[in-house]
Design a protein around this ligand. Structure first.
Ligand SMILES: Nc1ncnc2c1ncn2[C@@H]1O[C@H](COP(=O)(O)OP(=O)(O)OP(=O)(O)O)[C@@H](O)[C@H]1O
Ligand SMILES: [Mg+2]
Length: 368
């Protein structure tokens, strides 16, 4: 899968610009604040109908304008594909795939799949558990769209159970419905946990391999699912039972605090490096390499599931890696389909082939 050309209209700091891409590596170069990340964000939006850094889509529309357009021509499974994405300042996005309106946002990645690695991804290793849960949940959806529905259902049940717990403070009858909510929490929660474990089981060997490729193999990473409600999860069949027991035993605490204190919404993906927790002990460069291996592993899973390489978008990765890691990454990138990477300068980036796209103030000044 690849993108051949992208046309931006009033997207972030781009007024009107058409940018051509080549199959292998494309390097977007420019000084700070010129529009490098904006360009990656636009390509990524075609695949996820959202932004990795803007909470609201209105931020994507150029100041003073009402709507932004991203148009792209590319190939998906060797067939030509044309995408039209419209972002309204008033909120919301609309996408046409080959002129046909896309009905469900979650089907956005069907035409074009991208994997974005950005500076924000450092939060995968450095940030709180929520980032890592979201990472696993998002991959689960990419591999099996039904997982998204199951997670929404779990979140809805959780909200309702919390509502009942809060109401219980002033009304004893509210508690009467708690048994039903517990049952539903177990049923929907078990599905969420199973999906995460499934993703992790497939991700782990690939992430370990990718980490060895980028960072060398003397400091081995470890990835483990941490559930506060079960010290160990021996197999999928045991999930509902363990979850049920934990929810039962924390019921009085839950009622007292007015919130569900234990369950899949509190779980974590523990990331270790050389036997110790990476979040606390790994250096910034090591944390970045770990996050990068997780994204590359995601790339591999998506490639396997779709039978073709997704487009790899690398924002500012080369800057914080040391020379050896940079070279390893560059080698890796050459063997993984189309890549669009950004950097403030070509110097120090071990690339002898590839297209260089120079951006300056929302304009492409050189496209060679
Ligand atoms: N909605 C918008 N309308 C107009 N300009 C915007 C909008 N959103 C962001 N910008 C501008 O886009 C510019 C470039 O942003 P971008 O994040 O792409 O820079 P960059 O080239 O990646 O820089 P860096 O090297 O610092 O990461 C910023 O100066 C910002 O002010
Ligand atoms: Mg940037």
């Amino acid at each position: 899968m690849e993108v051949v050309s992208v046309e931006l209209t009033d997207f972030r700091n781009y007024e009107q610009q058409t940018i051509g891409f080549q199959p292998g590596l494309n390097l977007v170069v420019g000084l700070n604040g010129q529009g490098k990340t904006n360009l990656l964000e636009a390509i990524h939006a075609l695949s996820v109908m959202g932004s990795h850094r803007a909470g609201q889509s209105a931020a994507l529309v150029r100041h003073g304008q009402e709507r932004a357009l991203v148009r792209a021509d590319g190939f998906s499974r060797s067939r030509p594909v044309h995408l039209d994405l419209e972002v309204k300042r008033s909120g919301g996005m609309r996408m046409l795939i080959n002129k046909v309106p896309l009905e469900r946002t979650r089907d956005a990645g069907t035409a074009l799949a991208t994997i974005l690695f950005s500076p924000e991804d450092l939060a995968l290793t450095k940030g709180g558990p929520e980032e890592r849960r979201r990472f696993l949940d998002q991959i689960a959806v990419r591999l099996r769209p039904l997982a998204g529905q199951q997670r929404h259902e779990f979140e809805r049940v959780l909200r309702q159970r919390n509502g009942v717990l809060k109401a219980a403070h002033s009304s004893a009858t509210a508690l009467a419905t708690l048994d039903t909510w517990d049952e539903q929490l177990v049923r929907t929660g078990a599905a969420v946990v199973q999906a995460r474990l499934d993703v992790l089981a497939r991700l782990r060997p690939t992430a370990e391999k990718r980490h060895a490729e980028v960072a060398g193999s003397d400091r081995v990473p470890g990835f483990a699912y941490l559930a506060g409600w079960a010290p160990e999860i021996p197999d999928y069949e045991s999930i509902p039972g363990l979850l049920e027991a934990a929810i039962k035993s924390s019921r009085s605490k839950d009622v007292e605090r007015g919130v569900t204190t234990s369950g899949p919404h509190r779980d974590d993906l523990e990331i270790m490096l050389a036997g110790v927790e990476a979040r606390t002990f790994a250096s910034q460069g090591e944390q970045r390499s770990l996050a990068l291996s997780l994204r590359l592993a995601e790339r591999d899973l998506v490639a396997e599931a779709r039978g073709e390489d997704p487009i790899l978008l690398l924002d500012d990765v080369f800057s914080e890696l040391d020379d050896t890691r940079r070279e390893k990454l560059a080698e890796l990138v050459f063997s993984s389909g189309q890549t669009v990477a950004t950097a403030t300068a070509t110097a120090g980036i071990p690339l002898d082939a590839g297209r260089v796209i120079a951006v300056d103030g929302g304009r492409v000044t050189r496209d060679a």
